[in-house]
Design a binder for this molecule. Structure first.
Ligand code: IMP
Length: 192
């Protein structure tokens, strides 16, 4: 089995990636703790490339990274790549977003995720993108998930991400969709 280093310090992400990549010919490993990568890119794709490439070169192994965030139309796509840095806590970030939106009628938004896989020399071998459209509610609903989940409402399900089961969100979410797009490409790569 070829080792694929996950360019995240978050064990939750490792677990989620393991679920998506189960049954494939890759052994997933967490990146060394000391290896920190600054997300200096202007787009999700740039940040995903940056992280995958850096970790691949530093470890000499294949590496996978994702970058994601929330884009709100009435805020010209904010918080976007700054989603994690929009406030100090999830509650702060939600409060800031709701304040900035105020009573704006256009609440259209989407979560976007880009996943990238780098070869041991740092070059990018594969990438895929997943998008999940939704609306920003006026106040939080639900206790599950993390981040902006309680204010992100998915019309087709009539639920916020925070009201969905883990499995439901995994299938529907931007990350889930990015992995679904990546999987067929990854199978060709591991077979080749
Ligand atoms: P990153 O991809 O780990 O850099 O995440 C960026 C930020 O986007 C997170 O800290 C969250 O604030 C937000 N985010 C990304 N995915 C989700 C999600 O599925 N639900 C809620 N917030 C998310």
């Amino acid at each position: 089995m070829t080792v694929l280093v996950v360019a995240t310090g978050n064990p939750g992400k490792l677990k989620e990636m393991q679920a998506h990549l189960a049954g494939l010919d890759w052994a997933l490993a967490l990146k060394p703790d000391a290896l920190e990568i600054e997300e200096t890119g202007a787009t999700f794709a740039e940040n995903a490339y940056l992280k995958a490439s850096h970790v691949a070169k530093a470890t000499g192994a294949w590496a996978i990274a994702d970058d994601s965030g929330l884009e709100v139309d009435a805020l010209d796509g904010a918080p976007g790549v700054y989603s994690a840095r929009y406030g100090n806590t999830d509650a702060d970030r939600i409060e800031r977003l709701l304040n900035e939106l105020g009573n704006e009628l256009n609440r259209e938004a989407r979560f976007r995720c880009v996943v990238a896989i780098a070869r041991p020399d740092g070059t990018i071998a594969l990438e895929a993108e997943g998008v999940c459209p939704g609306r920003i509610l006026h106040s939080p609903r639900g206790n599950g998930g993390f981040g902006y989940d309680p204010i992100f409402y998915v019309l087709a399900q009539r639920l916020t991400f925070a009201e969905m089961s883990g499995e439901q969100k995994r299938v529907l979410s931007h990350r889930g969709r990015a992995f679904q797009a990546l999987l067929p490409q990854l199978k060709t790569l591991s077979a080749g």
